[in-house]
Write a protein that binds this ligand. Sequence first.
Ligand SMILES: Nc1ncnc2c1ncn2[C@@H]1O[C@H](COP(=O)(O)OP(=O)(O)O)[C@@H](O)[C@H]1O
Ligand SMILES: [Mg+2]
Length: 449
Amino acid sequence: MEALLEKYLETAEETETIKYVGRVIKVRGILIESAGPQAVIGEVCRIEVPRGKGIIQAEVVGLSGGVVQLMAYEEIEGIEIGNRVIASGDQLGVPVSPKLLGRVLDAMGRPADDKGEIESPVHYPAIASPPDPLKRRRIKERLVTGVRAIDGMLAVGRGQRMGIFAGSGVGKSTLLGMIAQNTNADVNVVALIGERGREVNEFIEESLGPEGLARSVVVVTPSNSPPLARLRGAYTATAVAEYFRDQGLDVMLIMDSVTRFARAQREIGLAIGEPPATRGYTPSMFDSMPKLLERCGTSDKGTITGFYTILVDGDDMDEPVADTVRGILDGHIILSRSLAQRYHYPAIDVLASISRLAPVVSGPVTVKVVGYIRRLMAVYAEAEDLINVGAYHAGSNPAIDEAIAKREVIEQFLIQTVEEKTAVADSLRVLGKIADMEIPEEELSRYRV
Ligand SMILES: Nc1ncnc2c1ncn2[C@@H]1O[C@H](COP(=O)(O)OP(=O)(O)O)[C@@H](O)[C@H]1O
Ligand SMILES: [Mg+2]
């Protein structure tokens, strides 16, 4: 009797074990396959690697005929066939608290600086649904960036989602740093996805600086981290932003870059056998993009204003990532290499850029003034070739004459050094003057700086 009971207990124990513990059976590139444990897609598992760093955190990315497919958040050095895989029962959660301010985190929300542990009883899920569209507040207020070209010509609302499209080395990081330093958002969450280590340090130390960092949370998944880390870093940063939004705050989420996020999704998709579609991107990239970007925006409690960078090499705006992202966001800022080459910084191509909510967050006279100046710029751009070869004769077209006359002051307005910070009211006053229109005080005074 006793023996029987013992046997029964043993079986029960073993069943439990099989349920929650599996064994590595195959490692192929970034993909780890194990027999067991019982787990769902997205579940976090620990892989015990006695000959590596001890424990590797991994996530279930596929289930295929009794085989669990996993990918690690970290390097998989030392992994062996037979290593134990233990299911945690949870999806990736990010410890959140006000103590996150001033901190640098890794893809899993763990400290990546040397400022000590961040313990919190509260965890936010890294993978979450966007706010209920019916409960989202309407965007009505303007967000201050301190950058004249944006605050003046491309006003952004609190809770708006903007893309910054640019080739490499055109000044994305510098511009994002200016925005992060000057903004009147309550908190910045900065996700540096797939940047080189040197660029990460430069951004934190120079672009953000100690003051900027103090009211920021930086999530870093450098280019040498595994694709799952690059993917989840974007989600973790978004979860941190959601936490602060739930506190009723206005949050700024800066993600550099969404392209690297998309490429990480492509690497993972290809590794688990998804069919490549456009330019090797797999269907999961097209699915994951709206899931990531739509979490940003307003909720019933606060706002997340998003600035997402997209790499466009050779001005190819029809490239799949740029094309997908553009359809989701509420506007785009395009940085131009030719402006950068002329040392026109920030190299924002105003005419090619648009903020869909600018008219909503600006007063009526401001809208008129901005429209007027855009027209002046467009007239100049059209006539530029003629003007440059001396084929335009002054006096033959009043619109072109005015565009030429005001070209210099408009450029001076748009060019801004990294150290300069301009209040919105001051930017608008200058624009009013250029357009010979007076923007009434009530349109100028409504912006908190
Ligand atoms: N606002 C600016 N003022 C002066 N130089 C700038 C400015 N923005 C960018 N640059 C120059 O361009 C280089 C690349 O800028 P960066 O912001 O790193 O570009 P990206 O992030 O797009 O690769 C900088 O090292 C700097 O020399
Ligand atoms: Mg950069």
